[in-house]
Write a protein that binds this ligand. Structure first.
Ligand SMILES: Cc1cc2nc3c(=O)[nH]c(=O)nc-3n(C[C@H](O)[C@H](O)[C@H](O)COP(=O)(O)OP(=O)(O)OC[C@H]3O[C@@H](n4cnc5c(N)ncnc54)[C@H](O)[C@@H]3O)c2cc1C
Length: 438
């Protein structure tokens, strides 16, 4: 049986040494959630001289940040026109401008903070799994290219060559995309935050937040921290700490596998330019290399185990259908993690009360966008005006029928996967139908 375990934990540099919350302490800002969002926020705040404490219920990178596919996919699923319609022209323009530089900003941060995280910026291939999906990608291409994105439409032959597979007949190449070792990035951000003066606390679940005059007291089992500002960066691992926050996202699941290292011959044919690929399936397939030349392949899962409801079979079927040449490759491990998905698949910055902020809902686009959010949260705390931020600041608004939808989540992976297979089959049959008609 393939062992279950998070590949990134095996290859990341050692974790930082963190404190335990003991007794009653104070800070200027308490950040709850030590993933990429919370830690990137902490870096900017601590650099600005703000006394910053970061708490995690478990360990640094316990959440999605330490489980991620690590692909820097810097374009939203929405087009710039969709964003203008949704957020209004001024807000959308700020978001579009930030989106266009998000990938370079991430790789700049990695260099600036000297983060050892296997970062490679070779591009991201967004591949269409059917002709319908290709039409959607062409619209995305036209709009984002007009907005100035580094994006190229690739023909069937170009796609086959770039992916090393004939599973896709059309794709977009996003030149700014790339990948990181996500646990290494998270630990690197943690060390940069500590170096700037932030205090990091592990095994410190925030259990209660209460008003204390103009400040907020965050209670944990070992003690409390009282601060003027509390920032929740708990994303898909959000519990009921702040009323309604958990209900702003559905915790979807993503599952991954790590293959044994590919031989030089296999590397020459599978993603030969070491680009990343993700496709347009509902149960999205994605693949990339790690520094040890293993292929990391992922798709949608059902819960916190990759084995549930045929997850491992789905991963293997996906790997073998996209890369048939890897049919006999060994699999070293599989793992699962949660994705915080909002209704429109766009992240949210909330300000539910004075001195309380939250940045959540990356909907599978967190690798670059958590840094954008972290910088924005910090800017807001440092006195930035809402009209200067890329994300609209709003009150919490829960997803209708959240509990019902949440209960359906485990069944979604097999049903999305079935729908995808039906879509691919239909796509293959279509030409023969139209041939008959003519
Ligand atoms: C398998 C997988 C693959 C993915 N692939 C990609 C990808 O290729 N590209 C991409 O862009 N995005 C991807 N994502 C999404 C991306 O990883 C996330 O958007 C990002 O890591 C979110 O970071 P975060 O810091 O907001 O949240 P997290 O990293 O989830 O951190 C939240 C933290 O909050 C803590 N917490 C929760 N409640 C409390 C509490 N009460 N007290 C204290 N601490 C608490 C948790 O322990 C957790 O550590 C993937 C996600 C998964 C799971």
């Amino acid at each position: 049986m393939i062992p279950e375990g998070i590949h990134w934990h095996r290859t990341a540099p050692p974790p930082p040494i963190c404190e335990k919350v003991e007794g009653d302490q104070t800070a200027d800002v308490v950040i709850i959630g030590a993933g990429l969002t919370g830690l990137r926020t902490a870096i900017t705040l601590a650099e600005a001289g703000v006394d910053t404490a970061v708490l995690d219920a478990e360990r640094i990178g316990f959440g999605s940040s330490g489980r991620s596919g690590g692909q820097c996919n810097p374009i939203w699923r929405a087009t710039p026109a969709d964003l203008r319609k949704k957020f209004g022209d001024a807000q959308a323009e700020r978001l579009i401008k930030t989106t266009l530089t998000a990938a370079d900003d991430l790789f700049d941060d990695i260099r600036r903070y000297n983060v050892d995280c296997e970062a490679e910026q070779n591009g991201w291939i967004q591949a269409a799994h059917t002709r319908n999906a290709a039409e959607g990608l062409k619209r995305l291409y036209a709009e984002w290219a007009k907005a100035g994105a580094d994006i190229t439409a690739q023909s069937a032959a170009q796609t086959h060559a770039a992916v090393g597979s004939d599973a896709y007949e059309f794709s977009l190449l996003h030149g700014k995309g790339g990948f990181v070792q996500p646990m290494a990035l998270t630990r690197g951000y943690a060390k940069a935050a500590q170096a700037a003066g932030a205090r990091l606390f592990e095994q410190a679940p925030a259990q209660h937040i209460e008003r204390q005059g103009t400040a907020w007291r965050v209670r944990t089992p070992g003690g409390s921290i009282t601060a003027d500002t509390v920032i929740l960066t708990t994303n898909a691992y959000t519990d009921d700490l702040w009323p309604g926050l958990r209900q702003t996202m559905l915790p979807m699941y993503s599952i991954s596998l790590a293959t044994a290292p590919l031989s030089p011959e296999q590397q020459a044919s599978v993603l030969p330019g070491r680009k990343t690929v993700s496709d347009t399936r509902l149960a999205i397939y994605y693949a990339r290399y790690d520094a040890g030349n293993r292929l990391i392949f992922g798709c949608v899962g059902s819960n916190d185990s990759a084995r549930t409801l045929g997850g491992v079979g789905r991963l293997l079927r996906g790997l073998h259908s996209v890369f048939p040449s890897l049919k006999d490759i060994g699999i070293e491990c599989t793992w699962a993690g949660r994705i915080g998905v909002t209704q429109d698949m766009m992240p949210r910055m909330f300000e539910p009360a004075p001195g309380v902020l939250a940045g959540v809902g990356f909907s599978g686009r967190g690798i670059a966008m958590t840094s954008v959010m972290g910088r924005s949260l910090a800017r807001k705390v440092l006195g930035g005006h809402n009209d200067d931020l890329p994300f609209a600041v709003s009150k919490i608004s829960p997803i209708p029928f959240h509990e019902l939808s949440r209960r359906m989540v485990p069944l979604m992976a097999p049903s999305l996967s079935m729908k995808d297979r039906a879509g691919v089959l239909w796509d293959r049959l279509k030409p023969s139908f139209s041939e008959k008609e003519t």
